[in-house]
Design a protein around this ligand. Structure first.
Ligand SMILES: Nc1nc2c(c(=O)[nH]1)N[C@H]1C(S)=C(S)[C@@H](COP(=O)(O)OP(=O)(O)OC[C@H]3O[C@@H](n4cnc5c(=O)[nH]c(N)nc54)[C@H](O)[C@@H]3O)O[C@H]1N2
Ligand SMILES: Nc1nc2c(c(=O)[nH]1)N[C@H]1C(S)=C(S)[C@@H](COP(=O)(O)OP(=O)(O)OC[C@H]3O[C@@H](n4cnc5c(=O)[nH]c(N)nc54)[C@H](O)[C@@H]3O)O[C@H]1N2
Ligand SMILES: [Mo]
Length: 869
């Protein structure tokens, strides 16, 4: 019988969607007849024996957990072939039909007009001549380079750097600085209590996973869903860890507005709190501890500065308001007796707190207060003593690997050596900068804007005290931006003030917008020129799968799986094509081939000490050994806990600062972030509490988590996951809506039934969704994930695709903190009346006539003249 051939070849990939580094979610891609037929988890034993790779073990009560010998990717990773072949792929270069660089540019039609097909030659000519014209007319800084964000794991063909390299070589550009979006609160808050940290997180964090496994009696999952968000970066190892913790008797308490997926399977107790009211709950815990004398006084005496002013605020000595459980209960919705029980349990048991990054707890208005209060609570219970840690669940704190930096996902000692342009948008600093959260304001404002701190990942805490201005003064090369070039066009769906963002993209000051992207979606439809980028399946690359939390960190050669779809090119090749037209090819490529660059990355990883280049080429991957002496690394703040005089923290005083002298000095008038963390009811920037007069019109607090079935805006088009009800809800009109969770009683009050089309709204606009009626969420709250793709009915006002950030606050974390505040704000929800939809159909016929496919959602055809062929 003839052998049935199921594949022609198998190639390796890293399937997480965090961008840059991967790990944990590796996959094997089977290809047959030039098509991807299967994406499966990676067997690490493909070319190695398990005994040949040194493994770690963590033990408790005679039970053991160790890393799996198979990767554990999330479902969207395993369904990625649907994304590669999505009907929304951009097949060829496009130009907006009514954008004429030599005549009318019609910026007012961005987001409305369709596109025509052009050739690569025409597209690159157009872009090259626009760059030259802008440089000549306004100067280098008139081009905004937007290259940052998550995405596919690629190293050489990655976006986020190459356009910056080109423009940098031509003189410079205005840099869009990413804010530490995953960690706002930690960065703008916690940093001031415990010092540096990479992004304000606990640092050092070595070995805390093992130490909690051995020593903690309970873990508070405070704004954490280990069954969802680890999928996006590192796969499902945290799920295994949580099951193990249950098995060995570590109690798990979930504090979150929804009974999230982790809570549903791991929680010993669920404490449903109202979104972004955690500060009240935390203050009441401190109140119970102080009044009942159940905190670690000796530790506080020796490790803390500023306990007194903090205690004065908690007990009400400062402002006459004791932060009692009764006081807190009204704000956070947790009953008084639960708050007291939680406080007493926390004090009585050896307790760690776990987040992945922190959810709405660190991504709402004033999130620095929650983060600072958490560090203070841990400080009052002996932070750094056995079993008392702050976790970013396995993201930091896993056993050290030999030849790897140990506590972070790259090797800081040899970072300097990587000279290919990977990540250069993060590292190529420019004179004129705009934080990503302020782009819309920067465009719309006719006056210069100022801000404190850029939020840059690598910036020191002290950057927060620097004042910046956009545009810079003229004599320093300052100019407003007139052209935007993006390789991550999803600010509307993922960032603050989505509706304002849409309108700002129509500002006539912006003469040209270029996007390079694999799929025609989100901000792409506001561009003048769109270039088709390809996916990681279509390129040769090298991957460094070394994120913490990765089960078997490795280096991997990723051979091309399939030929590029349509006329697409990699993000790197795109920039090279444009560079050629400008005479800068050599500067961008450094004269290196892709193979040369692969080797350079391996050298950067100190590869020669690990595996020979030939061996890596042959086997295609290499797995790091666990360091033999990994258990010798002190766990987290252990050294500081043992001897705070000898092992100082990088705060000005060297201790945990419950009162920050630095904040007092630099921002004496800041009422939103005072030297001692407080409960902030409202401010000029944010008025989003249930106590607000606005709550009479908008009585619900909206929480937006990270999508279970996608990573931000990525993967919203996967036909398989879109069949799941928690992913999309089929409306009676045949459109698949983003689900909005609301409590049975809230639905009843509004005459809403499961599956109805609802409108979520506030003064900032309207978003349509499908009602998901459930009791897995407390009353007074509605929940919808961010990142559903933008499908405007009316630009800047009415959204059908479910992109909830269109109505999120446009402001920043607080006055002096340029983070995003995109969860925990006021809305109302109503059933959408048929007459209203009919009226929109009449008023905005284009929006309803666009090509649409419920299985995959938005389509490329919808925006291209003649695209349906
Ligand atoms: N409401 C609300 N909003 C939030 C959050 C929240 O909790 N609630 N969380 C915030 C957080 S933590 C983050 S990190 C941000 C994420 O925000 P982003 O990082 O901006 O979001 P992503 O959707 O991951 O991706 C960026 C874009 O890059 C594209 N892309 C992916 N791979 C490639 C590629 O290889 N080439 C090109 N050219 N493009 C590619 C994607 O399709 C997408 O359009 O969202 C934030 N927004
Ligand atoms: N599947 C998937 N994985 C991802 C991502 C993704 O988009 N999808 N994104 C990746 C990125 S960039 C990041 S930063 C991380 C984010 O990881 P996280 O920050 O952990 O993710 P979130 O879903 O925002 O929040 C986690 C949980 O916090 C709870 N929560 C929300 N608001 C509040 C609140 O106000 N108070 C309290 N106490 N709890 C609250 C909710 O129960 C929610 O499930 O995930 C990464 N992994
Ligand atoms: Mo993030």
């Amino acid at each position: 019988m003839a052998e049935i051939k199921t594949k022609d070849k198998t190639v390796l990939r890293s399937l997480g969607l965090g961008g840059f580094f991967g790990g944990g979610a590796e996959g094997m891609i089977d290809v047959k007849d030039g098509k991807i037929v299967r994406v499966r988890p990676m067997r690490y034993g493909w070319k190695y024996n398990k005994e040949d790779v040194r493994q770690w073990e963590m033990k408790r009560d005679g039970k053991t957990i160790t890393a799996a010998w198979k990767s554990l990717p999330g479902p969207f990773s395993l369904a990625y072939k649907k994304r590669v072949y999505s009907p929304n792929r951009i097949k060829y270069p496009l130009k907006r039909v009514d954008w004429d660089p030599n005549g009318e540019r019609n910026p007012q039609n961005r987001g409305k007009s369709k596109y025509v097909r052009i050739s690569w030659d025409e597209a690159t000519d157009l872009i090259a001549s626009e760059i030259k014209r802008i440089h000549k007319t306004y100067g280098y800084n008139a081009i905004l380079m937007q290259g940052d964000g998550h995405g596919e794991c690629k190293t050489i063909n990655t976006p986020h750097g190459h356009s910056g390299t080109l423009l940098d070589n031509m003189g410079g550009f205005t840099l869009q600085v990413r804010n530490p979006d995953s960690w706002e609160g930690w960065y703008w808050g916690a940093k001031h209590v415990w010092g540096q940290g990479v992004q304000g997180n606990m640092w050092p964090a070595a070995n805390i996973v093992n130490d909690t496994t051995e020593n903690s009696e309970q873990v508070l999952f405070w704004g954490c869903d280990p069954e969802t968000t680890p999928w996006g970066f590192t796969g499902q190892f945290p799920s295994r860890l949580c099951y193990f913790w249950s098995e060995v008797g570590i109690k798990q308490i979930y504090i979150c507005p929804d009974l999230n997926y982790g809570a549903a399977v791991h929680a010993d107790k669920w404490i449903p709190v109202l979104p972004n009211t955690d500060a009240a709950l935390q203050l009441a815990i401190a109140y119970v501890w102080i009044t009942e004398d159940i905190y670690d006084k000796e530790y506080v005496d020796t490790h803390v500065v500023g306990f007194e002013p903090f205690a004065d605020y908690v007990t009400g000595k400062e402002d006459g308001v004791p932060k009692t459980p009764a006081w807190a209960s009204k704000k956070c919705g947790v009953p008084e007796w639960t708050i007291k029980a939680l406080a007493r349990e926390f004090a009585a048991k050896v307790t760690s707190i776990a987040h992945y990054f922190g959810g709405g707890f660190i991504r709402g208005p004033f999130s620095h207060e929650n983060a600072r209060l958490e560090v203070i609570l841990l400080g009052m219970q002996g932070l750094g003593k056995p079993g008392v840690h702050h976790h970013q669940l396995t993201y930091f704190g896993m056993p050290r690997r030999e030849g790897l930096g140990g506590t972070f996902f790259w090797n800081p000692e040899i970072e300097e050596r990587l000279s290919i342009p990977v990540m250069s948008s993060v590292t190529a600093w420019q004179e004129q900068v705009i934080p990503k959260t302020l782009i819309h304001k920067a465009i719309e404002s006719d006056e210069p804007i100022t801000f404190h701190g850029t939020g840059a990942i690598e910036a020191l805490a002290m950057d927060q005290f620097n004042k910046y201005t956009y545009p810079l003064p003229k004599d320093e090369g300052g100019t407003e931006i007139h052209m935007m070039w993006t390789d991550t066009p999803c600010r509307i769906t993922c960032w603050n003030g989505g509706n304002e963002t849409q309108l700002s993209l129509r500002n006539p000051k912006i003469e040209c917008i270029v996007s390079q992207h694999p799929w025609l979606e989100n901000d792409c439809i506001y561009s003048d020129i769109i270039l088709p980028a390809n996916t990681y399946m279509e390129v040769d690359d090298i991957l460094t799968n070394i994120r913490q939390g990765t089960q078997q960190p490795n280096i991997m050669i990723a051979d091309k799986a399939i030929e590029p779809i349509g006329e697409s090119k990699s993000d790197f090749e795109i920039v090279v094509e444009i560079a050629k037209k400008l005479g800068y090819e050599q500067e961008v490529t450094g004269g290196l081939s892709i193979q040369d660059m692969q080797k350079k990355v391996w050298e950067y990883m100190d590869g020669e000490k690990l595996v020979s280049w030939e061996d890596l080429q042959e086997k295609k991957y290499w797995i790091y050994n666990t360091a033999e002496n990994w258990k010798d690394d002190p766990a987290g703040f252990e050294k500081f806990a043992k001897d705070p005089e000898k092992h100082k923290l990088p705060t000005p005083s060297g201790k945990l600062e419950f009162y920050s002298e630095a904040l007092a000095e630099n921002f004496p008038d800041d009422k939103e972030r005072q030297p001692v963390p407080k409960w902030i009811e409202k401010s000029a920037m944010h008025d989003e509490r249930l106590s607000s007069h606005r709550a009479k019109m908008f009585p619900l607090l909206l929480m937006s988590n990270h999508g279970r079935w996608r990573v931000h805006s990525q993967c919203d088009d996967i036909t398989w996951t879109r069949e799941v009800q928690t992913c999309k809800i089929m409306g009676p009109d045949g459109y698949k809506y983003e689900p909005l969770w609301l409590h049975t009683s809230e639905a009843e009050k509004r005459g809403i039934k499961h599956g109805d089309i609802v409108k979520i709204f506030n003064e900032r606009g309207i978003v349509l969704a499908g009602a998901y009626v459930t009791e897995r969420l407390r009353q007074g709250v509605v929940y919808i994930d961010h990142g559903a793709r933008h499908d405007p009915i009316k630009t800047g006002e009415i959204e059908r695709g479910g992109a909830i950030n269109t109505i999120s606050p446009a402001g920043i974390t607080s006055r002096n903190c340029v983070g995003q505040a995109t969860s925990g704000y006021l809305v109302q929800v109503e059933k959408l009346r048929g007459e209203e939809m009919d009226k929109w159909r009449r008023e905005y016929p284009d929006a309803f006539e666009r090509e649409y496919d419920p299985d995959a959602g938005l389509r490329f055809d919808a925006w291209v003249i003649g695209g349906k062929k």
